[in-house]
Design a binder for this molecule. Structure first.
Ligand code: NAP
Length: 277
């Protein structure tokens, strides 16, 4: 399994598993759990979730899926901005831990920036680290100005990642946010890497995939996996698709293929407001 090194020196699986909308439908629950477990077998040990997903149902499903296998997992969850006060963050984390049936979250993210002063959330993250309830903390949906402000705050430079919308059809962050993250050696976690499956219908991607003996999902994931500092968290609740997606790891794109994808999905030529889903 290709790995990405976090600022603290620990490495995590570059290809992980997203869980948004898992646990919402009783009829698909067993297959979703089987998919997460198969993912662990295949080395996709980074699991991303959030207290927001299904109002805790995704975390509960993960708790069931990883029962007896907690040590294999690098568990990522998120606090909602409306809970991100000093006390609220700690309460939210404790509730996530109960749903996850775990005593520790590996990486705890602020889901997006809200009105709570960042200092308060950082103090809560530090308290949670001291008590062993989280190991690392990070942010999500932070633009460059938010990141610049964050790293000036006490303890702020310990941010482990910024989880952002990034895929072939959403390349705006390449203008200045991604270069800035690289200067600071902060790895990126790319969410909605196949644009919630919409990208798979793109005729250019379909044609490229066909010519290169890959599926559209494999191309989209392999494009992100070409970087050394990007963790990629596609979501699927189906074992067949998980296996398909996992193959992206073993089909690295050549420089010529990457150049062709640049022509088909051009990088930004100017600044873009940060996009999120
Ligand atoms: P995504 O991973 O780009 O796409 C997921 C969708 O694609 C699902 O509907 C899935 O359906 C389908 N799919 C997956 N593999 C496929 C394949 N090989 N062929 C056809 N369809 C396929 O979108 P996402 O769920 O929005 O993003 C991934 C994860 O990022 C989330 O689950 C969540 O953990 C995280 N996220 C974070 C934020 C944030 O604000 N921080 C926002 C959005 C997402 P099936 O499950 O039915 O296969």
């Amino acid at each position: 399994m290709k790995r990405v090194i976090l600022p603290a020196g620990e490495s995590v699986a570059a290809l992980g598993q997203g869980t948004w909308r898992m646990g919402d439908n009783q009829a698909t629950r067993a297959e979703e759990i089987a998919t997460l477990r198969l993912g662990l077998d295949l080395g996709l040990t980074l699991i991303d979730t959030a207290e927001m997903y299904g109002e805790g149902r995704a975390e509960e499903l993960i708790g069931e899926a990883i029962a007896g296998r907690r040590d294999e997992v690098f568990l990522v969850s998120k606090v909602m901005p409306s809970n991100a006060s000093r006390r609220g963050t700690i309460n939210a984390c404790e509730q996530s831990l109960r749903r996850l049936k775990s005593d520790q979250i590996d990486l705890y993210l602020l889901h997006w920036r809200g009105s709570t002063p960042l200092e308060e959330t950082l103090e809560a993250f530090a308290t949670l680290q001291r008590s062993g309830k989280i190991r690392y903390w990070g942010v999500s949906n932070f633009d460059r100005a938010d990141m610049e402000e964050l790293i000036q705050l006490a303890g702020g430079s310990a941010v482990a990642t910024n989880q952002l919308l990034y895929n072939l059809s959403r390349r705006g962050i390449e203008w200045d946010l991604l270069p800035w993250l690289r200067e600071q050696a902060i790895p990126l976690m790319a969410y909605s890497p196949i644009e919630q499956a919409r990208l798979l219908r793109n005729p250019h991607l379909k044609d490229f995939a066909k010519r290169n003996d890959m599926t559209p999902a494999q191309v989209a994931l392999a494009w992100l996996l070409a970087a050394d500092d990007i963790m990629v968290i596609p979501k699927t609740g189906r074992r067949e698709r998980l296996k398909e997606n996992c193959h992206a790891l073993y089909q690295p794109l050549t420089p010529a293929q990457l150049a062709e994808l640049d022509r088909l999905f051009p990088p930004p030529t100017g600044p873009h407001p940060l996009e999120m889903l």
